[in-house]
Unconditional design. Structure first.
Length: 251
């Protein structure tokens, strides 16, 4: 580790990654935002899924002040976050074949919808099968992943493929394999993961692009306002009444 406090070095690493993503993924971000806008304009529904810590970026765009009201969380029991006990069970469930099929069979996803699948490694059975099966249903799939894993690790899915191989669009977070940005002589393992910072920024960039794309077509983006500002609840009530048939987190 070079000069600077660990905090400074982490901020530098995260900022450098954000600069890379901004420069190198600009076209993919525009395409992803446009795909979501196309889906909304055509009457489709929006969903996001992530397992483990990847679920944090998915949850961040659901029922979010300043975000699209139509983004729904596609939840898989036991893999959303680390609230399951033991927490290691969530990681194990990501490797279970057939779980994605069971989830999709009982979900509201249908042809014409869009699904964002977030998986840092993209190597486990759950995100791979989620993408394959969703596309078979006629759902457009956007993958948010670190493409480096596909060249530096092996797939855990029986097909030998990764999430990136089964998406209509892929956003590359540029996160290095292992998801730890810092090293120190006195610490035996790399530390300080930045995937949540970068992936969340990617997702919000896509949401902003989608909102602007809808506005460019003369469609008012179905955005939520904070319930902590005057008039926020009334605004959100109107949006939810207008789009209630496409919002599933209230049911």
């Amino acid at each position: 580790m070079s000069d600077g406090t660990p905090a400074d070095l982490f901020f530098d690493a995260a900022i450098n990654l954000l600069h890379r993503v901004r420069a190198e993924e600009a076209g993919a971000i525009t395409a992803a935002g446009t795909l979501l806008a196309d889906t909304v304009a055509a009457g489709g529904r929006l969903f996001a899924f992530g397992a483990g810590h990847s679920s944090l970026a998915a949850q961040d765009v659901v029922y979010r002040a300043g975000g699209l009201a139509l983004m729904n969380l596609l939840a898989v029991p036991g893999v959303v976050g680390v609230d399951v006990t033991p927490a290691t069970l969530g990681s194990a469930l990501e490797r279970v074949d057939g779980l994605a099929s069971a989830v999709l069979d009982s979900s509201p996803l249908r042809a014409g919808d869009a699904l964002v699948i977030i998986s840092l490694s993209g190597r486990n059975a759950l995100p791979v099968e989620m993408a394959v099966n969703a596309r078979a249903l006629g759902v457009r799939v956007i993958g948010v992943t670190s493409v480096a894993y596909a060249t530096e690790t092996t797939s855990r899915h029986s097909s030998g493929t990764f999430l990136k191989d089964h998406c209509d669009l892929v956003l590359d977070s540029k996160i290095a394999v292992g998801d730890a940005e810092l090293t120190l002589d006195t610490i035996p393992a790399p530390f300080a993961p930045a995937s949540t910072v970068v992936t969340t920024a990617l997702m919000q960039a896509v949401m902003a692009t989608a909102a602007a794309a809808l506005a460019d077509r003369g469609i008012e983006p179905p955005l939520l306002r904070s319930g902590n500002v005057d008039g926020g609840h009334e605004w959100n009530g109107r949006v939810m009444r207008e789009y209630g048939d496409r919002i599933f987190y209230r049911r």
